[in-house]
Design a protein. Structure first.
Length: 304
């Protein structure tokens, strides 16, 4: 049988969204939806997803950015389902309660997004097990567990096993980064997915755009817009030892900082906290990405 469900995303941005970010968000949503389709038979006993079709019905670029997808799931059921099969399926003939199935698809897609957020934080910071995004993931797992007849631990085990392969894990992180791209470029604007709000704090907790670099690249980099940069006493009154700063969106540690041509040392002297656009240069150490150096492109003002 085929089941169609709508997946509507609203990025509550104040300004028009550049085409590149719209394309990225569409790609990110596509990744998450397809992964949800792959996870469904692993989580719902007796269900087989034969094919997933994703069509974009509408993209409205004016603020707020709106994207509407139609997900076509071609689903098959076992002829004889045991009594333990969850209430998602009403009887052994494979009849599905439509609104409940739509909810499961929505929640499962968001679980993919926020599991990917944890992978993204691991890639960027070396840790992904805390924060607002993790709390969102925990809440979604708790919500879906009784609907699909699985414990929360069973769901986590399925996720961990599915994304244990490093390449797939990185692809998931990349997809999550693309999904959040429009909001991250506009001060972590909230997002609505089928009426569910992902608030500013949660969006802010997801690292800004981070695309997994080619393994051959020795010094991958990542761009941050309007980053908050903390200057300690030994840095703000520069005495020739070289600049350093703390950018908490990147690391809690002081990192060496270079001033690009557009920036003068006078822009930093005497200030404790500034905002500006930066590029972070990373070292590849094994499978980890360690921030090595910050390049400050401009100073927008004091963040004190």
């Amino acid at each position: 049988m085929r089941h169609d469900t709508e997946f509507a995303v609203r990025y509550l941005t104040e300004d028009p969204v550049p085409i590149r970010d719209i394309i990225a968000s569409l790609q990110g949503a596509d990744t998450a939806i397809r992964e949800a389709g792959r996870l469904l038979p692993l989580l719902v006993d007796g269900v087989k997803v034969e094919k997933v079709e994703i069509k974009v019905r509408e993209v409205a670029q004016e603020s707020p950015l709106r994207e509407l997808f139609v997900i076509g799931l071609f689903v098959a059921f076992q002829e004889q389902l045991e009594e333990e099969v969850p209430q998602l399926i009403t009887d052994a003939t494979g009849v599905v309660i439509p609104d409940r199935f739509d909810t499961v698809v929505t929640v499962l897609t968001l679980i993919v997004v926020f599991y990917g957020a944890g992978a993204l934080k691991d890639l960027v910071f070396g840790r992904g097990g805390d924060g607002a995004a993790k709390a969102q993931l925990d809440g979604l797992i708790a919500e879906i567990a009784p609907q699909i007849g699985k414990t929360e631990n069973q769901i986590r085990d399925v996720l961990d096993e599915r994304y244990s392969e490093r390449t797939l894990w990185r692809r998931l992180a990349n997809g999550t980064s693309r999904f959040f791209a429009p909001s991250k470029q506009q001060k972590s604007a909230p997002i609505e997915v089928n009426g569910r709000v992902i608030d500013h704090q949660t969006v802010q907790d997801v690292p800004a755009e981070y695309l997994v670099d080619d393994a051959s690249e020795e010094n991958p980099s990542r761009f941050f817009r309007d980053a908050k940069i903390e200057l300690r006493a030994e840095d703000k009154d520069h005495t020739g030892r070289g600049w350093a700063a703390i950018v908490r969106a990147v690391s809690e540690d002081r990192i060496r900082m270079k001033l690009m041509e557009e920036v003068s040392a006078a822009d930093l002297w005497g200030k404790d906290v500034i905002t500006g656009d930066i590029s972070v240069i990373y070292d590849k150490i094994g499978a980890d990405m360690v921030p090595k150096e910050v390049h400050l492109h401009n100073v927008r003002g004091s963040a004190e």
